[in-house]
Design a binder for this molecule. Sequence first.
Ligand SMILES: Cc1cc2nc3c(=O)[nH]c(=O)nc-3n(C[C@H](O)[C@H](O)[C@H](O)COP(=O)(O)OP(=O)(O)OC[C@H]3O[C@@H](n4cnc5c(N)ncnc54)[C@H](O)[C@@H]3O)c2cc1C
Length: 309
Amino acid sequence: MRVGGRVEWFLEPTTPEELRSAVNACRERGLAPRILGGGANLIIADGILPGVVIGTGRMNRLFRIWPAVDGEGSSDQEQDPSAWSAEPSGRVAPADPALDPRLVGWAGTTLPSLVRAARDLGYGGIEGVVGIPGHLGGGVAMNAGGHWGELWDHIELVRVIDEEGEFLDLTPEQVQPGYRNGNLGTRVVAAAILHFEPAPKALIEQRMREILREKNAVQPVSERSAGCVFKNPDLEVSGGRGAGRLVDDCGLKGRSIGDAMVSPLHGNFVVNRGAARATDVLALIEEVRAEVAQQTGIELELEVKRWLD
Ligand SMILES: Cc1cc2nc3c(=O)[nH]c(=O)nc-3n(C[C@H](O)[C@H](O)[C@H](O)COP(=O)(O)OP(=O)(O)OC[C@H]3O[C@@H](n4cnc5c(N)ncnc54)[C@H](O)[C@@H]3O)c2cc1C
């Protein structure tokens, strides 16, 4: 969104272990650190944000799983913590990618680089992530998705830092992620193992192009935004209308405060036309929410996260 001020403390770990140390160092000092991924679904207040933000931008590592030297491989990652390491120490390089269509990504892996890598390896299923900015950690925390499915559909295991400051490996069955909610509470995503279905690269590329064409036609993808502002309401209550459609039906497209404007292209996006402040964006969101509630009786829930104080 390119709004908001500065943070008091900013930590940039480069590995899952450093991330764990950073989280624990904060907690030992009585601070609850905020975790910043790509900031693609976030509005940060103007001014100085007190406390600590830990950014995952330097944890951009994506790699294939190293099979065990004896060739048995390892399907149970909980028994094999070294599978989370980007270094092959004592292990051999993976063979044919099609034999084990999985990838390990650390929290700072960018979603665009994940989609590109999957395409280049002939790993299908995750094409719907094309055009979604942000990091793997943020995507897992938010359960990023669309009509194609959700990121968690492709997760085998997530390594989190739990409330005690220890690494904990969780399966989707244990976590039960929901709609735009990774259901992780205060746990911090350090890394994830993703699984795919092998597919011809040309087919994957074609699907990606189609999805991008669709998105470009209906979303202000090249403008500064935080993605969808509101979650879609229960479609039975809204008469089948998503949040963007409700905003549109209420005549709010194009509504603005300062340089913050409800996108004329998509009612669920607020864009920064240049010099918007966080205050403008936040006030506009509240205005839209109040107006939709007044006209339709539907209370829209925020999808974007706000860091206000
Ligand atoms: C143009 C555009 C299009 C978009 N399209 C889509 C779409 O189609 N579908 C969709 O779902 N989203 C979409 N988004 C929103 C956004 O891209 C996703 O929600 C993305 O997953 C956010 O990732 P991030 O790393 O930027 O998270 P951030 O914005 O940095 O953080 C979001 C939340 O996740 C938490 N978080 C971040 N990293 C971690 C971590 N390692 N551990 C624990 N918590 C963490 C943060 O504390 C915060 O609460 C779009 C955004 C834009 C700007």
